[in-house]
Ligand binder design. Structure first.
Ligand SMILES: O=C(O)CCC(=O)C(=O)O
Length: 262
């Protein structure tokens, strides 16, 4: 069986369910990695397009470890917008967020060897109405949900994404010393890491041989916004496919066009 369940994607509007093992892993850990979600050609194309932008080299600061914010990434090449409604992304967000989904914001991460990133962070306590994880009546529901596409290998010991597995279900505040519970999550180029922002997570200092490259798409329920600005300006969204455009509706409950047809 492939990355998706038995009912494989037949056309653009058919959304395959996640496999039971993926549901279980996400429910107990709060994150999930799909290997080989992108083929080598797609990874190479995305990397080439990023290289062609002549970005300032990454340094110690978070500002210089981020790129493509505010929808800029989507102006570079349609390959970035194609990640928004990649079949695996559709399967993940429909299952973990529900029928109404927005793309809240998107950006890339680049890190030079030897640099550190964000410390341990997660939802505001005791309850964060935009970053939460609930399991009700057999359905998993996440607030802000990150899909992080790796465009380089992050081998064990090289750093990158780290988290406290299962912390999305914690009912106690984060205690001092919890850093010792962080585990590194290695990722091969082309893999997709999915995590709920209710999970305590961080960037472990980057010790890879080369520069780190990932692109992160943060989705939220249709009713909420985490970022105060749209994920991309209207003129950029206008150039996308009708299905991609549905992810850019402003936050609301009433008056939404359903994100998915099926
Ligand atoms: O380094 C990572 O993959 C995690 C990044 C992160 O937590 C963030 O950008 O909010």
């Amino acid at each position: 069986m492939g990355l998706l369940g038995d009912r494989r994607t037949k056309g653009p509007e058919t959304i395959a369910p996640l496999r039971p093992i993926d549901r279980y892993v996400f429910d107990v850990r709060g994150y999930l990695v799909f290997d080989q979600a992108l083929d080598r050609r797609t990874v190479a194309r995305l990397r080439q397009v990023i290289d062609a932008q002549g970005l300032s080299p990454a340094d110690e600061t978070i500002e210089r470890q981020r790129f493509g914010q505010g929808g800029r990434m989507f102006t570079w090449d349609s390959a970035f917008a194609d990640l928004i409604d990649h079949p695996l992304a559709l399967a993940v967000v429909s299952e973990l967020i529900g029928p109404y989904v927005r793309l809240d914001h998107a950006y890339g991460i680049t890190m030079r060897p030897g640099t550190a990133g964000l410390g341990l962070h997660g939802p505001a306590q005791p309850f964060d109405a935009s970053q939460y994880y609930l399991h009700r009546m057999g359905a998993m529901r996440s607030g802000l949900l990150t899909l992080s596409w790796a465009l380089c290998d992050a081998e064990p010991g090289e750093g990158g994404f780290g988290c406290i597995p299962g912390s999305h279900r914690a009912s106690q505040p984060l205690p001092r010393g919890a850093e010792s519970l962080v585990v590194e999550v290695p990722q091969k180029a082309g893999s997709l890491l999915v995590f709920t922002e209710a999970l305590m997570h961080c960037t472990i200092p980057w010790n890879g041989a080369g520069t780190r490259w990932s692109v992160l798409f943060k989705y939220s329920p249709g009713s909420t916004a985490w970022d105060p600005t749209p994920a991309a300006p209207a003129e950029v969204v206008a150039g996308m496919s009708p299905r991609q455009q549905r992810f850019f509706q402003p936050p609301s409950v009433g008056g939404r066009v359903p994100t998915f047809d099926s």
